[in-house]
Design a protein around this ligand. Structure first.
Ligand code: CTP
Length: 389
């Protein structure tokens, strides 16, 4: 579609950035970015005229999104605008040629473009040799100031390393180390956004370790020495998620991983430097309460934990286990497993039906029942009714 419109509109049109990288890596990517040598907004309008859908304009940036009738988003930017076409109110918006657009990007593997015009369809524009770096699995910046321009790129580099099993080249890694202190200049919001993306990827324990090596955590007050413990702790959490597979997105997994280095350094208070949601703060509070809880280490039956831990999230309990190195760790783990699929044999309604007078004591009875179920003493509804009498 785009190719035919490019021909009709007589504009050079390129696929650019992450989508080109992912095409070569044969990985799925719905983020379609195209660049036209000409006016991007005009080109998006051409696409709409030819194929329907709708156009969203972002005039200040000279860009537009064409929304294909199927709902797919295609972002269109302008690589070159004639002088008179520049938005007059914004003289400092820089508009440039395709190569300059590529030069402003983060890594060589993200700085390639594929021409979409029919006569040269598939021609690769690769001024920084991104192809070779894809082959050698290397993340390489285009110039020495790249991380100074934008320190979040260091986090992007780590993300691509883990996601594709690539590595930064020596020069890029040493630039990352040297620019790491700039991370502190970023807003809490930007760090948090990058953390969300970083901990969505395949290997959170590896990511945590790598960020220690690059001194990311240390910028925010975490101790150097807690790297190993954080790695182990993250591994436990990952294993938990693999076994229990809570619905994706339901829980703030990224946050739980993000909290680990602060937790293992015993410096959770430092997390207040990131603007946290109520939910995040509640989680931190729960971990603190659990760490202070007395008597749990003496418990020997899964059900007994329930009296202490009923109202705590699974992940908070995992934090407690990781910290205390408890002797009865296996029992807590089996408590967690049983609790996740604990059957409900009786409800308050059932108690009334069994002739009991409703009241606040119901809560205690139902808790005792849950404890007995978790201990394996009650295994069916009939047994529960019998237990009641
Ligand atoms: N980019 C950049 N510097 C940044 C962010 C982005 O140079 N700090 C450039 C990269 O060339 C990247 C493109 O903008 O390819 C699009 O960014 P984005 O969609 O965030 O990244 P993708 O590379 O598409 O990665 P992902 O697959 O994770 O979306």
């Amino acid at each position: 579609d785009i190719s035919r419109t490019a021909e009709r509109a007589d504009m050079r049109v390129y696929l650019i950035g992450g989508i080109v990288r992912d095409l070569f890596l044969e990985r799925p990517n719905d983020d379609i970015d195209i660049v036209v040598e000409g006016n991007g907004i005009d080109f998006a309008e051409h696409l709409r005229t030819d194929y329907g859908g709708s156009v969203k304009m972002h005039e200040t940036f000279g860009t537009a999104s064409w929304i294909h009738p199927s709902g797919l988003y295609i972002d269109v930017t302008s690589a070159r605008l004639e002088y008179y076409e520049r938005p007059a109110s914004l003289p400092d918006v820089e508009l440039s040629t395709l190569s300059e657009d590529l030069y402003r990007r983060d890594f060589t593997i993200n700085s390639m473009a594929l021409c979409l015009n029919p006569e040269v369809f598939g021609d690769l524009v690769d001024p920084f040799n991104g192809q070779a770096d894809l082959r050698s699995k290397t993340i390489k910046v285009l110039h020495n100031l790249s991380f100074i321009d934008d320190p979040t790129r260091i986090l992007r580099a780590v993300r691509f390393e883990t996601r594709f099993d690539f590595l930064m080249d020596k020069q890029t890694e040493s630039l990352a180390l040297n620019s790491m202190a700039r991370m502190r200049d970023l807003s809490a919001h930007r760090i948090v956004e990058e953390m969300k993306r970083l901990f969505k990827d395949e290997d959170p324990p590896g990511t945590i370790k790598r960020l220690f090596k690059l001194t990311f955590w240390q910028q925010f007050g975490v101790d150097d020495g807690s790297a190993e413990q954080s790695y182990i702790h993250a591994g436990q959490l990952k294993m938990f998620y693999e076994i229990h597979k809570p619905p994706a997105g339901q829980k703030a997994r990224w946050f739980n991983y993000f909290a680990i280095p602060f937790f293992t350094s015993k410096k959770m208070y430092l997390m207040s430097q990131f603007s946290l949601t109520k939910r995040n703060n509640k989680f931190l509070q729960d971990i603190r309460n659990l760490s202070d809880m007395e008597g749990v280490e003496r418990i020997r039956e899964p059900g007994e934990f329930h009296r202490f831990l009923k109202h705590y999230e699974d992940e908070a309990i995992i934090f407690m286990i990781a910290k205390e190195n408890m002797e009865n760790e296996d029992i807590i783990t089996s408590y967690l497993k049983r609790r996740i699929d604990m059957p409900i044999f009786l409800t308050g309604e059932d108690l009334i039906r069994e002739g009991m007078k409703p009241g606040p004591h119901f809560r205690g009875i139902l808790l005792d029942l849950e404890v007995a179920v978790l201990n394996g003493e009650i295994n069916s509804r009939d047994e529960a009714v019998e237990w009641l009498h």
